[in-house]
Ligand binder design. Structure first.
Ligand code: NAD
Length: 358
């Protein structure tokens, strides 16, 4: 029995979360996976009810769960609160910190039927795109000390620091994921200039030799990786990189998919506990209208099955069902182009179609 903390949040969060739960109900029944959901408030709705974006009882529910399925938080109503009271900063960041979610996993998937919405030329994405980026999330230049602007404002310092253990723990996850995918890892660094990258490269190489000789490992400088992502994205299977390089490369790669409603991410810790969420926000402009795209939230649920609950087969079935529905022409408004063969559906209908195709 797995316990899942379900935190729908604000805006379109509750609408799309409802579809993800429908999909989870069906897949868990088919695969004999026992899931127990505990719903709780987070973000703006929690501010309204309890005067805090992350109430104590919500945190307790998360602590007693195997994974967190997160919607999204925030909206115009709470925009003028002090920064630490705001939904995103006051809920998401403390959750990441509290559970030491050091690995950010950003799958970039362009489903074959949606390749027209990708900005790259057709021949580059004949079979869609399927990459997973592993970004180290709690160290590197964003956190290294010293970090300051000089008193006379004439210089500033940031520190890029990585320890062997920090590199190893994210590298393990990348290699293990490659093992259940296409068995290729590209480690991205800047070892021609940065000392921390030299250590990064040495550590990844050593770990590969000792524990993952069955995986094909290559190294790439970050500037080249940025070019290769748009030149030939399908050369990549799993990308492994540090905090700042991952920040930039994952957003570059996200743009390949065309719509915010199609991408999800996972942040996990050493014990495999994770927080799973769409990469988009609460979409206040369309909230409450039953027109949001639920696919990102449904993919979050699939990644939860894959990365925290270790039910890869069930996760793959969900991805296949999404692909099937898209190839039959069904589209929510954000991915509808009006082309022949496309059928416009609402949030509920998209959820039902994916359930039917499982
Ligand atoms: P947004 O991602 O909410 O919306 C940007 C655009 O994308 C909008 O036009 C929206 O309609 C569209 N969009 C997003 N998700 C969609 C979906 N599933 N289906 C169809 N269309 C979708 O970004 P924003 O407008 O900058 O932010 C709105 C609020 O969300 C803000 O309060 C922001 O702070 C918050 N936010 C929260 C998170 C999070 O919880 N992780 C992330 C980003 C933004």
């Amino acid at each position: 029995m797995y316990k899942i903390a379900v935190l729908p949040g604000d805006g379109i969060g509750p609408e799309v979360m409802k579809q993800a739960i429908k999909v989870l109900d069906k897949i868990s029944e088919k695969h004999n996976i026992s899931l127990q959901y505990k719903f709780s408030d987070v973000g703006g709705i929690a501010i309204d009810k309890y005067d805090t974006p992350l109430p104590e009882h919500t945190l307790k529910i998360c602590e007693n769960s195997d994974a967190i399925l997160f919607g999204s938080v925030g909206g115009p109503k709470w925009e003028n609160l002090p920064p630490d009271k705001q939904p995103e900063r006051g809920a998401l960041l403390p959750l990441r910190k509290h559970f030491n979610l050091f690995a950010n996993i950003r799958p970039v998937k362009v489903f074959k039927p949606l390749k027209d919405s990708c900005s790259l030329k057709d021949h580059l994405i004949e079979d869609g795109i399927d990459i997973v980026i592993f970004r180290e999330l709690t160290s590197g230049i964003y956190f290294g000390q010293p970090k300051y602007i000089s008193e006379d404002n004439t210089f500033a310092i940031d520190t890029m620091k990585y320890s062997v253990s920090e590199i190893e723990r994210i590298a393990h996850l990348a290699f293990e994921t490659a093992r259940i995918r296409n068995k290729r890892v590209t480690s991205v660094d800047k070892a021609n200039v940065l000392m921390s990258s030299i250590l990064w490269r040495e550590t990844v190489t050593k770990l590969h030799k000792e524990e993952y000789p069955d995986i094909e490992l290559s190294h790439m400088y970050v500037d080249n990786a940025a070019m290769q992502l748009v030149r030939n994205p399908n050369q990549f299977d799993v990308i492994l990189t540090g905090n700042m390089f991952g920040d930039i490369l994952s957003d570059e790669a996200a743009m390949l998919s065309g719509s915010l409603g199609m991408l999800a991410s996972a942040s996990i810790n050493e014990s495999g506990f994770g927080l799973y969420e769409p990469i988009g926000g609460t979409a206040p402009d369309i909230a409450g209208q039953n027109i949001a795209n639920p696919i990102a939230q449904i993919l979050s649920a699939a990644y939860m099955l894959r990365y925290s609950l270790k039910h890869d087969e069930a996760a793959t079935k969900i991805e296949k069902a999404i692909e099937e529905v898209l190839s039959k022409g069904y589209r929510t408004k954000d991915i509808y182009t009006g082309k022949k063969g496309e059928i416009l559906v609402n949030t509920e209908e998209m959820g039902d179609l994916i359930v039917e195709n499982l």
